[in-house]
Design a protein around this ligand. Structure first.
Ligand code: HEC
Ligand code: HEC
Ligand code: HEC
Ligand code: HEC
Ligand code: HEC
Ligand code: HEC
Ligand code: HEC
Length: 418
């Protein structure tokens, strides 16, 4: 059937023509393979052959770092990927709410059965294809996308979930038809998990992964480096109070610290070494090149490129700030505007004469929320999902990191205060 694009079609062609899930991903993976290979050879010195056995898994950190562990498990990083179990799938399997229909003759039903959860496509009442939810990506703060195994290959399922609408939706960037054959790249997994063993040789598409060697979530060892040696050492030397064989980002230079976050929050990057080779403390430029076909500042998407946007802000250019100036990555702090505003006031305060210049509001209401006026939410260009019955995709709203004066956002804010 034409509707269900067959597997045989060249993956490259699909990747090139289909606007991929998020624009940034597309560019990372489509890169001309030849130049990719060359880059790889040039930078072999960077390849350290990171492997699964070097990791302990976040559960191993619990015994000795309980406080950090207990707060960290609530963060979006921790929750950004996991096996597809019911309590983490945000969409509904209830009759009446479990269908995404392209038109009456063509729909996908989200089905709950004894052997798991499935997305089953029907054309004119006839079942065409049914694939299992195996892995969830996305904490659900904005949405979720689901992945399905076929042997050792992973494919994205056609229907995703958009949190703001609390509805199933066509996966981002998908055409208005049912697509089951979009392969999941190691770069996608590199941003949404801690480590996955890639089985296939470089350049093979779709790539193949080891089902049993996946560390779900962006967890401790993504920011602290593989920790198996640390755990073994600390267990054997309980009296040694200095942590060994583990990386502490507090010791990083500004660029090292920014590079760690930019691995995943740096927008379009084209890899020059295999995925998962970068570890905390490394120089990003040794693993990726900036994709020069990328957008200009006015086009940078608010999704996935906080680094690019922040770099264009005066705050960033005229201070030594990093992401950690405002973010404590061990804590769930989403929506805490007053807390973030406190962090702005570490630099912008009356004593330094750098406090907010607006005079139409009380100091108290200014202090309570710098964010909605100077980092307002904007629609994402790439996290936009087609809801049933709509003509255009509905974008997720994401705080911009281009910090400046926004007159429209200010008007909106003042209105809500009156
Ligand atoms: C058997 C106990 C134990 C386990 C398990 C353990 N650690 Fe540690 N860790 C320590 C001790 C002791 C220190 C040194 C005191 C401190 O900084 O808290 C430490 C320090 C650290 C530091 C700071 C290092 C520095 O240079 O300041 C980090 C980061 C860290 N651990 C991360 C982890 C991670 C990630 C895991 C899980 C993979 C883990 N630890 C598992 C005992 C442990
Ligand atoms: C391995 C990739 C990766 C790295 C490294 C990474 N992040 Fe993230 N980060 C993500 C992903 C993916 C999400 C989206 C999680 C979700 O909602 O599913 C995210 C979400 C966030 C959020 C939003 C949290 C929320 O609850 O809204 C913040 C803030 C953030 N990251 C900051 C950082 C900072 C600061 C660093 C560097 C210290 C960093 N990240 C490093 C991948 C990464
Ligand atoms: C997104 C990145 C990120 C993740 C994930 C992460 N950390 Fe950290 N961690 C940091 C940064 C950055 C610092 C240094 C903070 C600072 O500048 O003081 C740090 C510091 C630490 C320290 C030493 C300082 C302290 O607060 O005691 C320990 C121990 C630690 N982390 C353990 C963990 C454990 C255990 C986990 C998982 C449960 C974890 N971290 C997850 C980024 C991360
Ligand atoms: C370059 C890193 C990167 C790549 C590659 C990437 N993502 Fe993301 N993704 C992010 C970040 C960062 C966020 C957090 C939102 C933001 O930054 O605006 C995110 C957000 C998401 C969300 C919404 C999560 C939420 O609820 O907030 C989903 C779902 C998602 N990604 C799925 C995928 C899938 C599936 C792939 C691969 C096919 C992929 N992403 C590739 C970095 C990446
Ligand atoms: C590490 C210090 C630091 C922090 C933290 C900081 N800023 Fe700034 N910011 C600066 C500096 C330095 C400038 C440039 C000089 C100036 O205008 O005061 C600046 C400029 C600005 C400007 C003017 C931008 C322009 O284009 O003219 C705004 C608005 C602003 N900051 C808002 C914020 C907000 C809101 C926060 C918190 C979310 C924040 N800043 C956090 C240091 C900081
Ligand atoms: C000047 C302060 C400041 C700095 C520096 C900063 N952020 Fe943020 N960030 C914020 C605020 C404020 C929010 C909105 C938090 C909320 O209300 O949930 C935010 C939200 C986010 C989100 C979630 C976006 C959304 O709307 O869902 C991500 C992801 C993120 N930051 C990543 C980063 C990364 C990566 C860096 C470094 C490149 C960084 N931030 C630097 C203040 C900052
Ligand atoms: C109601 C929206 C609103 C809130 C809330 C707000 N600001 Fe502003 N801010 C503005 C506007 C509008 C201007 C420009 C005023 C002018 O130049 O007439 C401004 C100006 C500034 C400037 C100077 C920019 C320049 O051009 O030099 C800084 C710095 C700043 N704000 C920081 C903050 C911080 C920090 C907070 C929170 C403590 C905050 N603002 C809260 C709307 C707001």
């Amino acid at each position: 059937m034409k509707m269900f694009t067959g597997n045989k079609r060249s993956v490259t062609v699909i990747l090139l023509i289909g606007s991929c899930l998020f624009i940034l991903i597309q560019c990372i993976n489509n890169g001309k393979k030849e130049s990719d290979e060359k880059e790889k050879n040039n930078s072999t010195s960077q390849i350290r052959n990171i492997n699964f056995k070097q990791f302990a898994g976040e559960a191993a950190c619990l015994t000795c770092h309980k406080n950090i562990y207990d707060s960290f498990v609530h963060t979006s990083h921790f929750l950004t990927s996991q096996p597809a179990i019911e309590k983490y799938i945000k969409g509904s399997f209830e009759k009446g709410k479990n269908i995404f229909s392209f038109h009456p003759g063509l729909y996908v039903e989200m089905e709950k059965t004894d052997s798991g959860f499935f997305q089953t496509a029907y054309s004119n009442g006839v079942e065409k294809i049914s694939k299992r939810f195996d892995i969830i990506t996305g904490s659900g703060a904005k949405g979720q996308t689901y992945l399905s195994w076929r042997n050792n290959e992973l494919f994205q399922l056609p229907i995703s979930y958009l949190t703001s609408a609390n509805e199933w939706a066509n996966s981002p960037g998908y055409p208005k038809k049912i697509v089951y054959n979009r392969p999941v790249t190691s770069r996608c997994l590199e941003c949404h998990s801690t480590y996955v063993t890639v089985l296939s040789a470089p350049g093979k598409e779709p790539e193949e992964y080891d089902h049993n060697e996946i560390l779900y979530g962006v967890e401790c060892e993504k920011c602290h480096g593989p920790g198996a040696n640390h755990v073994t050492y600390e267990m054997q030397h309980p009296k040694d109070l200095v942590g060994k064989y583990i990386i502490n980002p507090a010791t990083f230079t500004r660029q090292q610290s920014l590079d760690l976050c930019a691995l995943c929050h740096g927008g379009r990057l084209q890899k020059t070494t295999p995925s998962f080779e970068f570890i905390a403390g490394d120089t990003l430029a040794n693993y990726f090149v900036k994709d020069n076909s990328g957008p200009t500042i006015s086009e940078i998407d608010v999704h996935g490129n906080q680094y690019g946007l922040l770099q264009e802000s005066k705050c960033f250019q005229m201070s030594g700030m990093t992401c950690l100036t405002c973010h404590n990555t061990h804590e769930y702090e989403r929506g805490k505007e007053a807390l973030f505003s406190q962090r702005c006031m570490a630099c912008h305060n009356k004593e330094h004469g750098t406090f907010c210049k607006i005079n139409s509001l009380s100091v108290a209401s200014i202090k309570s929320n710098c964010i909605d006026c100077h980092m307002p939410k904007q629609p994402s260009m790439s996290v936009a999902l087609l809801l049933q019955g709509h003509d255009e995709p509905t974008p997720a709203l994401i705080h911009t990191h281009l910090i400046k004066v926004y007159q429209d956002a200010t008007k909106k804010f003042i209105k809500t205060k009156k």
